[in-house]
Design a binder for this molecule. Sequence first.
Ligand code: CAA
Length: 380
Amino acid sequence: MDFTLSEEQLMIQQAARDFAQNELLPGVVERDDAQKFPAEQVKKMAELGFLGMMVKPEYGGSGLDTLSYVLVMEELSKVEAGASVIVSVNNSLVCWGLETYGNEKQKQKYLTPLATGEVIGAFCLSEPEAGSDATSQKTTAIDKGDHYILNGTKNWITNGSSASTYLVIAQTDIEKGHRGINTLIVEKGMPGFEIGPKENKLGIRSSDTHSLIFNDVKVPKENRIGDDGFGFKFAMKTLSGGRIGIAAQALGIATGAYELALKYSKQRKAFGTEISNHQAIAFKLADMHTHIEAARHLVYKAAWDKDQGNNYDLSSAMAKLYASQVAMEATVEAVQIHGGNGFVKDYHVERMMRDAKITQIYEGTSEIQKIVISRSILKN
Ligand code: CAA
């Protein structure tokens, strides 16, 4: 494995870094405070090609590899994880799923506007009683010949109100268990589809998270992705790639907090010298740097596996598990290094600490990653 970045990857990384510094940083505290969706910034990210990074150009995407996507996720997340999750869901969970498993008609109709960022998408799996236990879908999609009738509620849906295209996972035949689940493409505005109230969250507050309510929504059968009963496997396969994006987000949050702490420690004086000259601080920085570098290797390895066509279920789960743990540790330490200043919003690290927590929860909690990892190592 050679993770030396190509000229193209370095350019993309720099473009994302410049965008994050110039366009995300200026309003990040206010958006976090007000839970304000970064609409203008999403539009600009679409222009930069960040919303359909791995989609083929013939469907409006940038045609890049997974490592380039990881680099962008890392840079955006160093500054605003609320914005980077929008990018992650659109790329990994919606565009990738549609491009990989959708038919030509679905790709023409839905993928192209999603990849160009003309619209954004949402991935709707979680329910009030089916978060980790994803096979226990209570939302039903009853087969009525040429259409399905969709009923139920989805919870904690990223891009819940800002999306236009929703991939909804629902149970068609309870007798068949996970083999009776389908994924349907649902459009905003379909009669009976309601967007529930916005969640008031601890972190990633600029992204919009909602419950969704489906009341007898008529969804044409041509909107089903894959064969009848493929919906659960679709969700699992898609989430494996999604975890690489979230691992990169966690890595970016950790790196952003570390870089701020490093800079602060060289400026702030206590006991007659910069605090970085005290081992109590220098050792924290050494640990943070080491753990972040280890996380980076796991995240890049998972991206490399995906780009090589290797199975990446194990590497993506390990990357997400470890990077999210490092994000939590590094942000807590960054607040500690900042002392009292770390506890106020202008120094950014308190927001990063709040943002870090979700990386241990969404797209599978840390416990779910351990299930995936342990099953993988025990079956060999
Ligand atoms: N690829 C392909 N197929 C897979 C698979 C994968 N990665 N993982 C499982 N499957 C298949 C299995 O092979 C099995 O099929 P067969 O019976 O035909 O062999 C079927 O799916 C069921 O698998 P399991 O028996 O392993 O299912 P389980 O009930 O034990 O659960 C689980 C497995 C890993 C715990 C799964 O439920 C899971 O990943 N849960 C977490 C869900 C999750 O990540 N939710 C996040 C919501 S999305 C989100 O957060 C987005 C956002 O807003 C940012």
